[in-house]
Design a protein around this ligand. Structure first.
Ligand code: PSV
Ligand code: MN
Length: 407
């Protein structure tokens, strides 16, 4: 898109949606930021893609941060990098280290970055009989200890946010006592919360399946919500788009949590078949989710303590990882811009008159049909950033450089 096209596009949008609404959308995009995960840049620690190392993949935390710095430079929206305790702050993949986290904190600062949310890593060695819901005390104690460490690291070097995802579950009916399994999880989470400072925010992530094929200990938002409530203040639910059945109404989950006034968070990605961890795509579902976030005032709210946590949880298979992560940021900005254009007054009018299709069409004018590229481009130009960050990355020659250096 040229600057001329941006100008003309803005004019048409202002004619249709009003100049004030368009300015508010530009401002929202300018203020939006999202965390990117350190794990997209390196080898994905033995996950679905095994040991696949794409050309130029980062070999250590310094290189992961180098790549993250490029993404932030091009998008201006990704200063915080989400980290995993045993992938990023561990010598042996078994124990986390406060000293290593301090080093990573300094390395991030040198690159104009910051450690974002911290995930304890429960799914490596020793979790085959569950982690927090295990019957063996030695296992649960080791994981509680790692979580308390994550809380210290989050408070001292991060943004005070710890995100918890558990691989706990089973593969066959009868393998586990389902009630005991849940209560083990609940008791251990309540005990953990007491050992973490109150001002550290904890989010509980749910996932409908995997690695358990028959049962998952925290399979849905309801379970995560019950656990977060049992744990007390400053604890919420983490929604990962890939962790649902097909056709789950995720925007309705957002609406429930907003209505219950629980401060929650997102792991953005796209699910095509399962928990694919694909880049974020501009799907109608994603724009509807953004509408709920905008109308709930939990995104780009001037009162920072009202905002939910926004993270991308993505790990690409064969596609260029830097293209994929920049594409995700780009998509999220476009979805936010669309959500900002919804004509709420007219929508409410049709809702009140029970005009079902008219309400639906009012929604779709903004969420499906508006071409918001001029809004996102203007936000970037006002921040002195490239109009198209993916194209700017391609032109930068960075990929060829890392492929040559990182043999
Ligand atoms: C699990 O599938 C998950 O979504 C959790 O957020 C992990 O932290 C992340 O993926 C990386 O494995
Ligand atoms: Mn996730």
């Amino acid at each position: 898109m040229t600057e001329e096209q941006v100008k003309n596009g803005l004019h048409s949008l202002a004619m249709e949606f009003g100049a004030d609404q368009v300015s508010a959308a530009i401002q929202a995009v300018k203020n939006f930021s999202v965390e990117i995960p350190s794990w997209i840049f390196g080898p994905f620690g033995g996950g679905r893609f095994g040991e696949y190392m794409p050309p130029g993949a980062a070999r250590n935390i310094q290189e992961k941060l180098d790549d993250a710095a490029v993404v932030h430079k091009l998008t201006g929206a990704t200063k915080n990098v989400a980290m995993h305790v045993l992938w990023d702050f561990s010598q042996d993949g078994y124990l986390g280290s406060y000293a290593l986290a301090k080093d990573v904190h300094e390395l991030a600062g040198e690159r104009n970055l910051q450690i974002g949310s911290i995930s304890p890593t429960y799914f490596l060695r020793g979790s085959h009989r569950n982690s927090y819901a295990a019957d063996e005390k030695a296992t649960t104690e080791r994981y509680i200890e790692q979580t308390v460490l994550a809380g210290r690291i989050a408070r001292d070097f991060g943004v005070g946010l710890v995100t918890l995802w558990f691989p706990d579950g089973s593969n066959y009916p009868g393998q586990l006592d389902l009630q005991r399994n849940y209560l083990n999880m609940k008791n251990n989470l309540v005990a953990t919360r007491k050992q973490i400072p109150d001002d550290v925010w904890l989010l509980i992530e749910y996932k409908v399946f995997e690695p358990g094929t028959y049962s998952t200990t925290i399979p849905d938002w309801g379970t995560a919500y019950a656990l977060a409530n049992a744990m007390g203040d400053n604890t919420g639910v983490l929604i990962d788009l890939g962790h649902h059945f097909h056709s789950a109404n995720i925007e309705q989950i957002v609406a429930r949590l907003v209505a219950e006034d629980m401060r929650c968070g997102f792991h953005f990605n796209t699910r095509y078949a399962a928990d694919d961890d694909h880049a974020v795509e501009p799907t109608p579902e994603m724009t509807r989710i953004f509408y709920e976030l905008v109308s709930g005032n939990v995104i780009v709210n001037k009162k920072k303590e009202k905002n939910w946590a926004y993270m991308i949880d993505q790990c690409s298979g064969r596609e260029n990882r830097l293209h994929a992560i920049i594409h995700s940021v780009d998509t999220l900005q476009h979805c936010l811009a669309r959500a900002m254009l919804v004509d709420v007054k007219t929508l409410q009018k049709w809702q009140d008159k029970d005009e079902i299709i008219l309400a639906n069409r009012c929604f779709n004018d903004a969420l499906l049909y508006a071409d918001v590229r001029p809004i996102v481009a203007t936000a970037r130009l006002e921040h002195l950033l490239p109009i198209d960050p993916v194209a700017a990355f391609v032109e930068s020659g960075y990929q060829a450089k890392i492929e040559q250096e990182r043999i």
